[in-house]
Design a protein around this ligand. Sequence first.
Ligand code: EPZ
Length: 422
Amino acid sequence: MDVFGIEGPVRLSGSVTINGSKNATLPIMAAAILAAGKSVLSAVPHLSDISVCGQLLGRLGCKLSRGSNGNLCIDSTVIDNPVGEYEIVRRMRAGICILGPLLARCERAEVSMPGGCAIGDRPINIHIRGLRELGAKIHLKNGYIIAEASKGLKGKDIFMGGPFGSTVLGTANVLMAATLAKGKTIIESAACEPEIADLANCLNKMGAKITGIGSPRLTVEGVRELRPAEHRVIPDRIEAGTFMVAAAITAGKLHLHNCRLDDMMAVVDKLRNVGVTIDAAGDGCVVTRTGPIKPGDITTQPYPGFPTDLQAQFMALLSLAEGNSIIIEKVFPDRFMHVAELNRMAANLRKEGPTVIVAGVKKLIAAPVMASDLRASAALVLAGLAAEGTTAVSRVYHIDRGYEKIEERLNPVGAKITRESD
Ligand code: EPZ
């Protein structure tokens, strides 16, 4: 397993181009199941999660290839094994989003339950409820979801809200299944994340009839079949937010290219509130921090609220604020594996249930720390950029799941990160 050595403090300055969105790519890869033939996705990042999703599709019978231009071609002509195996799904929980497309295409599917992970339980009860509403017969057996729809799926009005609001991949699963259901489906309390809008836009290119895109109510007129499409995935707003925090925590200045500020208004608002300057510039923005980091308060919510996927990164930033901040996690209340690790770096964080009180400190001190999940790991890298000394971050594979060669993108703008195999 690789270890990062991160020398700090550094001040980042220069330009970084944001990659395509991991969380848009994964459901869109699953959508290729719906239309027999070759779909081509562009701006797809080279990430381990994307490779694992490719393995999952390969086991179904799809053929995948990467062109010299980086485009990902998915040939779903043959789907002869509608099974999402545990040994793959347990490594990448987003694999659950093949369930809806398999049901719609093959009228049956066996997909492993995702299981829990470092950020908490990953229940799928709302996914299952929505697909049952469309007429699927679903039962659980030996850790697998066994689903069938021998008479096909039938459109329905479906409420998809849960105790934590909407579900992103639950919306994706039901939306994809509804495109080939007979009749009209209304999905109320649908996730409004830009990644779901990107999925819906891609499905419409494939011949689906989806309206209300970007709103909490999606309306789908079922069609008989879909055709393969070509699609460029949207920029990764979570990667962009991570690099924004990198500029802010190092009192630096980064020009981010291929960054859609429209998808990030809650993040930009919070960064500006704590003293960061963000100016739109060309196809992205310039992020600068010259004065002190002011304390702030953050509550994570479904889109358009502040994204849970940037909670850890913001905690690293607010650890150095001039005063006390409050962070409340309303989406994944246990998503605090980074708290103990940041405290090892002399942060002053106190967890009270789904809330963390962040008492700002003057400086962070390098220490050996352990990555636990994708975004917590990113927070440790950000803290290492600002901390005094060389921070060792182990289990870097967590970072590689969601950030393409992050050290090769940060070092050219002033970071000093080495990657060693331990
Ligand atoms: C997606 O996960 C993202 N992953 C996550 O990003 C992100 O944190 C999450 O949405 C929230 O924005 C991908 O898109 C691949 P949810 P998802 O279903 O869809 C509860 C990252 O770092 N819930 O929206 O699995 C659930 O427990 C990853 O890139 C139910 O109760 O998340 C949670 O509290 C991590 N029942 C809340 O809803 C269900 O059936 C939101 O979860 C489904 C979810």
